[in-house]
Design a protein around this ligand. Structure first.
Ligand code: SF4
Length: 454
């Protein structure tokens, strides 16, 4: 009991610090906190003047007093008599020296994370000048996370190949001739040995992937995976699974076994999705995410760039994730590794600038999420990866392979940590329902203390 109370106390302190950073901190930054708008991108028509002198004065005031900033979407730049500076994208997105990412970052530092983004707002952030995205991604990252910490995760394919789905990027689909052979579920001792090796090598999160459409009718294999989850969680690692679509009851079983997170990527925008996958729908994917969330497991969901999608599809993906009822705790950003034999084999490699744009946009719109620099990292040099960390990525996958595709060399990763002054991020078990329970317990304890003092 005493331990529980201590745990709750520690958590309450942590939650208070987070609240301080995410919500209360604006009070120190902005004397007019009480007058803050509910959102920085206020699209409602305002009583505005176009006098450029007043605009300049208002901007000076905003800079010196940290007066609230309001983004008016796509109207003309202006300022109102209340001293509220407004910025506008209009035809040129960065008039008045403030890009959309700059305004969004400032909002993120002063307020709790938003879940009511419009697609136009995220597009404006995404379209901000790259150096501004990099700078403000770093600013938000440092505010919400320990910037030197990078989590090392290991992803093991525990059931490889022979998948019935037609995901155009995937060498494990039985529809494409890629040389990947269908295998049975990996035996327990092999999986546990791999998890042990991963832990010894510094991984704090172990992810198990199975090339299945779903887990329906796979009771024996599913039960087997539950035992793997229990064992690996018992080793003190975060445990994640990616097993395709799951049902409500299975999500609950995974939660009971101790699963930390379930990965189910949305891959791309709703609009582009049918060009990549036809065997299950975007709504199927969202349904799985809902079951995961409802079961109290933390959500890991991101996507892949470089599949032939347009910029607005990248924005559409982030928009869907950033407007879920709860932001995913984990957002993997993958760059396509085009595998010969798949329909996407001829796609050209993703440039690091595209990754930075995605990472920074995800970081600013979902500030508390772990943004994971995932597949495709092997193509980036150390300086390029450094820019991705600067933009807001705080996790990598280590190990020889990422499912079936090549991954970065272990020794090179260790050297990278040393060169960049990065440190391994410890596991975080306060995720999903565990975090909510701890917060609730902390609140109740605070209320009891307050009541006793009255
Ligand atoms: S991505 Fe997953 S579901 Fe799609 S083909 Fe590959 S293994 Fe199957």
């Amino acid at each position: 009991m005493a331990l529980q109370r201590l745990g709750a106390h520690i958590w309450r302190q942590k939650a208070a610090r987070e609240r301080l950073a995410g919500v209360l901190r604006p009070a120190f930054l902005a004397p007019s906190f009480g007058a803050f708008p509910s959102a920085p991108f206020e699209n409602a028509a305002r009583d505005t003047q176009s006098d450029s002198t007043k605009l300049a004065q208002a901007q000076v005031q905003a800079t010196t007093t940290r007066a609230p900033l309001v983004y008016t979407g796509f109207s003309t730049a202006n300022a109102d008599p209340r001293g509220t500076t407004t910025t506008s994208r209009a035809s040129a997105p960065h008039v008045e020296g403030r890009s959309a990412v700059s305004v969004a970052a400032e909002y993120a530092l002063r307020n709790a994370p938003r879940k009511d983004w419009s697609k136009a707002e995220i597009q404006a952030i995404f379209d901000s000048p790259l150096m501004d995205l990099l700078f403000h991604g770093a600013e938000v990252h440092r505010h919400f996370h320990r910037f030197r910490e990078v989590q090392q995760c290991t992803l093991l394919s525990i059931k490889t190949g022979g998948c019935s789905e037609d995901c155009s990027y995937c060498p494990q689909s039985s529809r494409y001739t890629t040389g990947v052979k269908a295998e049975k579920l990996m035996a327990e001792d092999t999986v546990i040995a791999a998890a042990r090796r991963a832990k010894e090598a510094g991984s704090t999160r172990f992810c198990m992937g199975a090339a299945w459409r779903d887990t329906i009718g796979r009771k024996t294999n599913f039960n087997q995976i539950l035992t793997y989850v229990k064992e690996i969680r018992g080793m003190g690692m975060e445990v994640c699974c990616t097993l395709g679509m799951i049902e409500e009851a299975q999500a609950r079983q995974l939660r009971e076994a101790g699963l930390t997170a379930y990965n189910h990527n949305l891959d791309t925008s709703r609009e582009f999705y049918p060009s990549i996958i036809t065997t299950r729908s975007y709504d199927d994917r969202l349904q799985t995410l809902k079951y995961v969330r409802d079961a109290g497991i933390s959500v890991c969901s991101g996507g892949i760039i470089g599949m032939g999608e347009a910029a607005e599809d990248r924005v559409g993906l982030i928009h869907t994730l950033a407007t879920l009822p709860e932001h995913p705790e984990s957002v993997p950003i993958n760059a396509l590794l085009a595998v010969p034999g798949t329909p996407l084999q001829d796609q050209k490699p993703v440039e690091v600038w595209e990754m930075i744009r995605m990472i920074a946009t995800a970081r600013v719109t979902m500030p508390t999420a772990m943004v994971r620099l995932s597949a495709g990292r092997v193509k980036f040099s150390l300086p390029e990866q450094a820019l991705c960390f600067m933009a807001g990525a705080n996790s990598i996958f280590t190990g020889e392979k990422l499912l079936t595709t090549p991954n970065n060399d272990y020794d090179q990763d260790q050297q990278m940590f040393k060169t960049l002054g990065l440190v391994p991020k410890p596991p975080n078990f306060m995720q999903g329902a565990d975090r909510e329970a701890a917060e609730l317990s902390g609140q109740q304890e605070e209320e009891q203390v307050a009541a006793a003092a009255m």
